[in-house]
Design a protein around this ligand. Structure first.
Ligand code: ADP
Ligand code: ADP
Length: 234
C-alpha cells in the first residue's frame, strides 16, 4: 500500500460567507520509499496539504491515509503516535537557540522518555550522518544556514520516522547549500528507506530530487506524475 493517500480531500477554513476553500478535491498518492514533491506558488495550499498528513489540520471532507491509518479518525494518543512516525523539517529550521546541536537533536528523544545513555547512543551517530560530528557542542548562532538545517534533519530522524515532510526546507539557503541539503536528503532516502514528501515553490528543487511531482494551484492539483513526464515538454 502507498505511504500516503489523499482521496477527495477538501479543506475549508471559516464558516458561511467567510468560508475559504484552501484545498478542493485532492486525489494523490505517495509510494513507500519515494521522494515526492508538491510545487505551487504562495497561497496554493501546499502547507495546508502537508499539515493534513501529520494531523495538524483536519480535512473538511475526504480521507487522508498515512501508513494505513486514516488521520482524520485519530484521537490525541493516535496523533502523538503518528507524529513519531512522521517527522518534519522547516524553512527557518525551528531550532531552539538555547540548546546546542546535540541537545536540539536530543529533544524528541527526551520527550519520548529515553535515558541519557540511550540518547547519547542515538544522537552521536545522527550528527555523524548529517556531517556535523564535530559540531555537537555548537549553538545554532554558531552554525551556518546549511549546518542549522542539518541539525533540523538529524532532529527529524531521531525518532526513526517512516516519513519525512519538508516545508520549503531549502528556501532560506543559497543555491550551493540547497544542493548539499538535497544530496543529504537523497542519501537518507536511499540508506534508511525513508519516504520524503517535500513542498517547494522552486522548480529546481523538484528537478533535483523528486521522482514524482504534483503541481498545485488554487487548492487543486492541476498535474501530477513522474517528474520527467510532468516537466518535459512533449
Ligand atoms: P502555501 O503553502 O501554498 O503558500 P497555504 O496552504 O499556506 O499555501 O495556504 C493556502 C490558502 O489557505 C491561503 O489562501 C491561506 O491564506 C489560507 N489559509 C491557510 N491557513 C489558514 C487558516 N488557518 N485560516 C484561514 N485561511 C487559511
Ligand atoms: P553546508 O553546505 O555544509 O551545509 P554552508 O554551505 O551553509 O553549509 O556553509 C559552508 C561553511 O561556511 C560552513 O561549514 C561553515 O564553516 C561556514 N559558515 C557559514 N556561515 C557561518 C556562520 N554564520 N557561522 C559559522 N560558520 C559559518
Amino acid at each position: 500500500a502507498p505511504m500516503i493517500t489523499f482521496e477527495g480531500v477538501t479543506k475549508r477554513f471559516g464558516e458561511g460567507t467567510e468560508a475559504f476553500t484552501a484545498l478542493d478535491g485532492i486525489d494523490m498518492t505517495v509510494n513507500r520509499g519515494a521522494i515526492a514533491g508538491i510545487i505551487g506558488r504562495s497561497g496554493a495550499g501546499k502547507s495546508t496539504l502537508i499539515r493534513l498528513v501529520n494531523g495538524l489540520e483536519k480535512a473538511t471532507s475526504g480521507q487522508v491515509v498515512v501508513d494505513g491509518t486514516e488521520v482524520g479518525g485519530l484521537n490525541d494518543a493516535g496523533l502523538r503516535g503518528l507524529r513519531r512516525e512522521v517527522a518534519m523539517i522547516f524553512q527557518h529550521f525551528n531550532l531552539l537557540s538555547s540548546r546546542t546541536a546535540f541537545d536540539n537533536v536530543a529533544l524528541p528523544l527526551e520527550i519520548a522518555g529515553l535515558d541519557r545513555k540511550a540518547i547519547r547512543a542515538k544522537v552521536g551517530p545522527l550528527l555523524d550522518l548529517v556531517g556535523l560530528g564535530d559540531k555537537a557542542t555548537r549553538y545554532p548562532s554558531e552554525l551556518s544556514g546549511g549546518q542549522k538545517q542539518r541539525v533540523g534533519i538529524a532532529r527529524a530522524l531521531a525518532t526513526s520516522p517512516k516519513l519525512l515532510l519538508s516545508d520549503e526546507a531549502t528556501s532560506a539557503l543559497d543555491p550551493e547549500t540547497t544542493q548539499s541539503i538535497l544530496a543529504l536528503l537523497k542519501q537518507i532516502n536511499a540508506e534508511l528507506g525513508l519516504t520524503v514528501l517535500l513542498i517547494t515553490h522552486e522548480m529546481e528543487v523538484i528537478k533535483t530530487i523528486a521522482s514524482h511531482v504534483a503541481v498545485i494551484d488554487k487548492g487543486r492539483i492541476v498535474e501530477q506524475g513522474p517528474t520527467f513526464d510532468v516537466f518535459t515538454a512533449p
